[in-house]
Design a protein around this ligand. Structure first.
Ligand code: SF4
Length: 273
């Protein structure tokens, strides 16, 4: 009877085994996810493309939306982040080999911080991560906590080295425009300000074929103004406990939608936000 039941089940749900496996895999995958706690007193440069309210929620450790286990993006994003981290290490290894062969100079981040301090920039080296691949630093003027991918020198030009792994489709549009994406400019501008350099070498890589498209970018005064003003707004709001205004253009990947909507609904009648 049970053999017959199994046959019936298999007929009704021909991919039941695979689906069960996938469900268990995904459940386990979420337990492998590594999350670094967001610092309360600092903003991370990678947040600068997000809405100021989102950064405020991160810094104040506000409650995130419940995880929707039916949303495939929850699982896909774990792998995308992991493959980005893996590729960073491999690309950085190539940079070290380029230096060994005398093609470029890699300026290590603690040295870059000392050079920046000599220019009066209030950046500090905090610590290395466990395997000494990431130099964690902060800047007490802008209240930034950062870890730049590197600083390279070629033909007497120093540039922040910023690796970005993106989808094939996105890389195609970057190739066409020959411009870095706006959130990436804000992030790398923060590194450039903290390290006292004017150039950024964006090293775009697509996730399918690992093809590359580097862009040398000169940081503009306007980039610095946008970054400085956003940081000042978030700092002021954190200091005074005031929630920053929303930016509804940035909501797609935000993990604070429920909290944000509840705040909107509370204040909407008075129209105070
Ligand atoms: S839901 Fe939208 S407006 Fe609200 S914090 Fe997130 S990104 Fe900002």
């Amino acid at each position: 009877m049970s053999a017959l039941n199994n046959l019936i089940k298999e007929f009704e749900h021909p991919r039941a085994f695979e689906m069960k496996f996938m469900e268990l895999y995904n459940k386990t995958l979420l337990t492998c996810k590594e999350e670094q706690p967001y610092p309360t007193d600092f903003t991370r440069p990678s947040s600068l493309g997000k809405c100021a309210r989102n950064i405020f929620f991160e810094r104040t450790h506000a409650p995130k939306d419940p995880i929707d286990l039916n949303n495939p993006w929850i699982y896909n994003s774990v792998g995308i982040l992991e493959s980005g981290t893996d590729r960073h290490e491999r690309i950085q290894n190539v940079l070290f080999k380029m230096e060994e062969q005398g093609f470029i100079k890699n300026i290590d981040i603690p040295t870059a911080i000392k050079d920046a301090q000599a220019k009066g920039i209030k950046s500090e080296f905090v610590k290395w991560n466990e395997d000494k691949t990431e130099a964690r630093c902060c800047n007490t003027e802008y209240n930034l906590y950062f870890q730049a991918d590197g600083l390279v020198e070629l033909d007497n030009k120093k540039a922040v080295f910023e690796i970005k792994t993106v989808s094939c489709k996105k890389l195609a549009s970057i190739r066409k425009s020959q411009k870095p994406l706006p959130p990436h400019i804000l992030q790398a501008t923060a590194y450039a300000m903290c390290l006292g350099v004017d150039y950024i070498l964006f090293f775009y890589e697509d996730r399918d074929f690992t093809s590359h498209f580097p862009i040398l970018y000169k940081v503009t005064d306007e980039d610095k103004r946008v970054v400085t003003e956003k940081l000042a707004l978030v700092d002021k709001c954190c200091r005074e406990g005031v929630i920053p205004p929303p930016n509804k253009l940035e909501c797609m990947f935000c993990t604070y939608k429920e909290l944000c909507n509840s705040i909107e609904n509370e204040v909407a009648p008075e129209g105070e936000l």
